[in-house]
Design a protein around this ligand. Structure first.
Ligand code: SF4
Length: 162
């Protein structure tokens, strides 16, 4: 698998100061996608154990509140294994910091995946240009949902962040 970009200090994708990684490859091809350079599964750079090590090291700083995983499509079958490994190792090392993931897949399609055990918030669903709303927080269109995964799994009931 491959990734596009790592941001060392990101204040626009999730709460507080964060490290972000944009995975490479997305098959959804949403109209007016904000990140078309991540579509090509052969683009970007190779995602390796060293990449995970680098991300974990960047997350060490006290001011970094969490890790954001975006795309591209982090949950695509070509990418989910690496996303899971990164999320698992992050949570083992930083149990008090949070992980937010953006995916074009819906929660219902992902709910049996191991990766959900390690993430705190999932912003789900493809971007729909006709439902674009600039006032929304953390998402681009109103069909997308910001889901508290910990509470959702705990109560077995969809729990949305306001
Ligand atoms: S799912 Fe995200 S990265 Fe993929 S095409 Fe849609 S907006 Fe772009």
């Amino acid at each position: 698998m491959r990734y596009n970009l790592i941001r060392k200090m990101d204040i626009s994708n999730g709460p507080g100061v964060r490290v972000s990684i944009f995975m490479q490859g997305c098959h959804f091809h949403c109209k007016d996608c904000f990140n078309k350079e991540t579509w090509d599964f052969n683009g970007g750079k190779e995602f390796t154990d060293e990449t995970i090590g680098k991300v974990l090291q960047l997350c060490e700083k006290n001011e970094v509140k969490g890790l954001s995983i975006l795309g591209g499509e982090p949950m695509h079958p070509s990418n989910i294994e690496g996303t899971t490994k990164l999320a698992k190792e992050f949570k083992e090392k930083y149990p008090k910091k949070n992980i937010w993931v953006w995916s074009g897949f819906k929660y219902e399609e992902l709910k049996d995946k191991e990766v959900l055990n390690y993430i705190d918030v999932l912003v789900d669903g493809i971007y729909k240009d006709e439902l674009h709303d600039p006032t929304l927080k953390w998402r681009g269109s109103s069909n997308q949902r910001v889901i508290d995964i910990k509470k959702t799994l705990e109560n077995n009931e969809l729990n949305l962040l306001k």
